[in-house]
Design a protein. Structure first.
Length: 271
């Protein structure tokens, strides 16, 4: 009954589901109309590849912070071939996780009324057997992030997906943005999973959790900021929650930050 009611209340979504099943939509249409199982992943990955193409960067990295069972990494792997072909940019996938589930909360900022240590453990061997290109970086992010670029020499970071739940872990993961410019695109598309309140006690505010980590990062960083995309939800043709979870990391000190990349190469308005 709930599915039938939802279909009646959202005929637009029913039509889009049929279009998705037909498999006839172009990549641009699928991106525009959310015809992906995880449209937020597709949006970030495609925009990262598009920016890399505009800057003549041949290869980029995408990182998921908080792998858990691994469905997110598998979704990213599935997206890569089509996006690589469309933009001519190769994509590396990396997944950061403890492998042992959530650690102990540090204090109230880690939302212990929502999360407990041990949640979201990884079946490492089962996940490794399914992965085709993604590489896992296991351990606490406060230990694995600082030397990631020196230890693994990945391609420049273009997209990041944050689902570490805690304030402390999320804030530590933002250390990835302190890398030298050659390891980053000037703007990095990010998806932040835990910035929307949910039913069942998942009440969030700017004082705790991921929102607090974002605020703390912005307060301590002068030339690098993590900001929501102004007006993104209003411009999307499909009403959804995920556009309010999309952020962009701006490295204002990046030598390519001011490089012109708009599709219109000569913007004029005739009388």
């Amino acid at each position: 009954m709930p599915r039938m009611i939802n279909a009646l209340l959202n005929p637009q979504r029913a039509a889009l589901k049929i279009w998705k099943m037909l498999g006839t939509a172009s990549l641009s249409s699928r991106l525009q109309y959310d015809l992906f199982d995880r449209p937020h992943y597709a949006y970030c990955l495609a925009n990262a590849a598009r920016l890399a193409q505009s800057l003549s960067v041949p290869r980029i990295s995408a990182i998921e912070f908080g792998v858990a069972g691994g469905r997110g990494l598998l979704a990213l792997e599935e997206l890569c071939p089509e996006i690589e072909k469309a933009y001519g940019v190769q994509i590396e996938i990396w997944g950061f996780d403890t492998g042992e589930g959530l650690p102990d909360p540090v204090d109230y900022r880690d939302l212990p009324y929502i999360w407990k240590s041990g949640f979201y453990r990884m079946d490492h061997s089962a996940l490794e057997a399914k992965l085709t290109r993604a590489r896992l970086v296991l351990g606490d992010v406060k230990d694995t992030v600082p030397d990631f670029f020196d230890s693994h020499t990945p391609a420049p970071l273009g997209a990041a997906f944050f689902d570490l739940d805690f304030w402390s872990s999320t804030y530590d993961s933002f250390g990835i943005f302190s890398a030298k410019p050659e390891f980053l695109l000037p703007r990095i598309h990010c998806y932040c999973d835990d910035v929307i309140s949910s039913e069942g006690g998942g009440i969030l505010s700017e004082d705790v959790g991921q929102l607090r980590a974002i605020a703390d990062y912005n307060d301590t960083s002068k030339m690098r900021k993590l900001r929501r995309i102004a007006g993104l939800a209003d411009k999307r043709p499909i009403r959804a929650v995920w556009p309010s979870q999309i952020y962009v990391h701006h490295a204002f000190d990046h030598p390519d930050y001011t490089t012109y990349i708009h599709d219109d190469k000569n913007r004029q308005l005739a009388i």
